[in-house]
Design a protein around this ligand. Sequence first.
Ligand code: NOJ
Ligand code: CA
Length: 558
Amino acid sequence: MKTMNNFSDKVIYQIYLKSFKDSNGDGIGDIRGITEQLDYLQALGVDYLWITPFFVSPQNDNGYDVADYRSIDPIFGTMTDLEELIDEAKKRGIELMLDMVFNHTSTSHQWFQKALAGDEKYQNYYIFKDGTPDQPPTNWESKFGGPAWEYVPHLKKWYLHLFDVSQADLNWENPQVREELKEVIRFWKEKGIGGFRFDVVNLISKPEHFENDHIGDGRRFYTDGRHVHEFLKELTADTGLDQYVTVGEMSSTSLDNCIRYSSPAEKELSMCFNFHHLKIDYKDGKKWELMEPDLMRLKGLFETWETGMQEAGGWNALFWCNHDQPRIVSRLGDEGRYWKESAKMLAASVHLMRGTPYIYQGEEIGMTNPHFDDIHQYRDVESLNYYNILLEQGKTSREAMEILQARSRDNGRTPVQWNAGENAGFTEGIPWISLASNYREINVAAQMKESDSIWAFYRKLIRLRKEKPVIAEGQIAFMEKENENVLAYRRILGEEELIVFNNLTGQTTEVCLEDSWKNYRILLTNYEGEESGTEQNLKNVSDDRWTLRPFETLVLEK
Ligand code: NOJ
Ligand code: CA
């Protein structure tokens, strides 16, 4: 086993709490809403629920601005609700993973408030620099747009915020800060939490000297920073985290660093999220400039990260979607004619790789981007900031809206579509953000009844990972490397072998066929009405070629 803990056959489901299920009619998803849906999650077959932050917060960044790491924000429920959820989940074989936002706190956190009141101990919890209002310490940019420093006139100091101005970066170089954060982990472990996700954790170690960045936005000075590996080792050792499932969110990271973060021998984390494969439609690497996806690049990135991690014993988190990303079926699939096939193909393409798959709420029913056409429908701080920045750059409001429709984080944040009823069954009140208008067609209730729904396909993928050690533990090798249209790989474990083809396009395409595969059985296909074990979808073009239909997934088993 390649991981710190025995979880290579597990699947993790991400809950964006605010949009999952509202239990009390205030329009905001909450903890009891999750408890209500545990049977659903058990039926799907997932093992862990990663729940986005529910701690006390002003909600400027939907809970990623934490004001108290140990209390639950009343909009999401109470500690009793959480304890009930933990118990009820365990009864169904499900564990919870909490989201630890340790790179920064809300400026409403009492540590920051004490710092503002002049307490030097707490000023040292953050990154404060002396200065004058006309001269920020560096020219770095916030990831949400604008400068990364804010001036506090009465202190005559600037503080660093890599995200919103209300999210002040913590000073991890200060051992007291590290001890405080360890206490937070211990607190939640006591409650019976089964794992942790660490928000932008590769940004925690800032440089000794702060200097201007003349070629970028500053990230090269603090990404995978000088002490990050030491800090993670210390956190893990001192809180016993090596017995838990942990995943680090790694911003603009490198393969070498992720190998170190996730190798069991290093005892840092169980696995890493990286985002390189989700930038293949960023023009010149810029999120707010649209481009067609570069499929060759996508394939190359999967190969580099899968084989690189395999060779060095690291472990990838496998995913397409989360609360910061547009919906994958709208992005790389097809919302129209091949909606179902493309959603299934995208699912299979990552679930059958080496690593731990994550499903983001609604992905399992092929939820799409909502295509908001009014700026007032957007809620996300980053989207609203960039809308203004795009206008300042000279874009028309229509052009700016088009970019938001493709890139806004709110694309993934619309409420889960439970049924065809009012507000898709998400709330009996007024939802905090509009729903996608297609919920009458795309919803959980409809898909649970259908044997070949996207939902049924996800369920099958989860089950297969548990039934087939070759999926959970096998080696991976990529094929069709020169073929832009097809993501193909084989998985091998001793005598077991899988051959996986995914047509990434809406056109038919051909793949090479090896003689021996003609005797393999079909384990999985994503075209309606084709049961595994049949041969009807193997279109033999010639002796050594096969045709794949639009967005077809074909999995052969030795
Ligand atoms: C990553 C989180 O996923 C995102 O939602 C958040 O805005 C930033 N980190 C800052 O905490
Ligand atoms: Ca609620």
